[in-house]
Write a protein that binds this ligand. Structure first.
Ligand SMILES: [Zn+2]
Length: 280
């Protein structure tokens, strides 16, 4: 889940209208800081020792290379700070005091603009559990996108994160999503999806559709990929109002929603293990 925080304390968010007028009553807890590990664009902080030779760190560095290459984006040097909590309880206690306005989720990416207007802080919070690989791939995808794009529409932000959170051998195919789509109750509507601007509007069907659009744009016909790449270049330049993709897609695909649904009649599910994607 990606959130843009508009102030430092007692925050509301641009993407979540759940406002709180109350200051947190519990004392603010500090994030992990005892150990840190710099790798690629990322600095990982923890209060427990982490073996820097674990394959996950190379994989995340490779993920950054894959994303900037595949999406034809410049590689940013803006640091993404990753706070790794030792367990779920410590993570949730921290999030409750620091971000009481946010729903309980396994992991968050937070873009926190500076009060002086300088480069925003890019922050990832999660805990070291069995889903750490998937969660870091997901949240760091948000971080990489936000480090180079002025604006990332919510649907595209979550759709690309859902694609890149999958292990490389899946090639972006989420078996659970594919099966749900093929059961027949799938009615994609990109124009509607593009209107969503708050995280609370994104539930499983919206995440599934966002993933499906991202997969169609990345792995479908070359014309779809070309439209995505052109759109991403637009997003590097302009922030408000957020440009829309649907009008651009219509220039190539007379009925983009139908073209996307057709794409999934040809997608092969990987043999890789099934991933249950609960929204982040
Ligand atoms: Zn997300």
């Amino acid at each position: 889940m990606a959130v843009i925080v508009s102030c430092l304390a007692g925050c509301n968010t641009l993407r979540d209208s759940t406002k709180t007028d109350k200051e947190p009553t519990a004392p603010l807890l500090a994030g992990p800081s005892k150990y840190h590990l710099r790798d690629s664009q990322f600095v990982y902080y923890s209060d427990f020792p982490i073996n820097s030779n674990l394959p996950i760190f190379k994989e995340l560095s490779d993920l950054r290379e894959q994303i900037v290459t595949e999406l034809q984006l410049p590689a940013s040097n803006t640091i993404i700070q990753v706070f790794l909590f030792e367990d779920q309880a410590k993570y949730e206690a921290f999030m409750r005091t620091r971000h009481p306005e946010l729903p309980v989720r396994r992991a968050f990416f937070i873009k926190q603009p500076k009060n002086n207007g300088g480069t925003a802080d890019l922050l990832v919070y999660t805990w070291w559990g069995e889903k750490i690989r998937q969660d870091l791939r997901h949240e760091l995808t948000h971080g990489i996108l936000h480090s180079v794009l002025k604006d990332v529409p919510l649907w595209l932000d979550e759709g690309l994160a859902e694609v890149y959170e999958l292990p490389p051998e899946n090639n972006g195919v989420n078996t659970t999503h594919v099966e749900a789509i093929r059961k027949g109750s799938f009615h994609p509507d990109l124009a509607k999806l593009e209107q969503l601007s708050e995280v609370k509007q994104m539930l499983t069907p919206e995440y599934r559709e966002a993933w499906a659009w991202a997969h169609f744009l990345l792995r479908g016909k070359p014309e779809a990929k070309a439209a995505l790449l052109s759109y991403l270049q637009t997003l590097r330049q302009s922030a408000t109002p957020t440009p829309l993709l649907m009008p651009e897609l219509r220039k190539t695909f007379p009925a983009p929603n139908d073209a996307m649904a057709t794409h999934f009649s040809r997608v092969e599910s990987p043999k890789a293990s099934r991933l249950v994607s609960n929204y982040r």
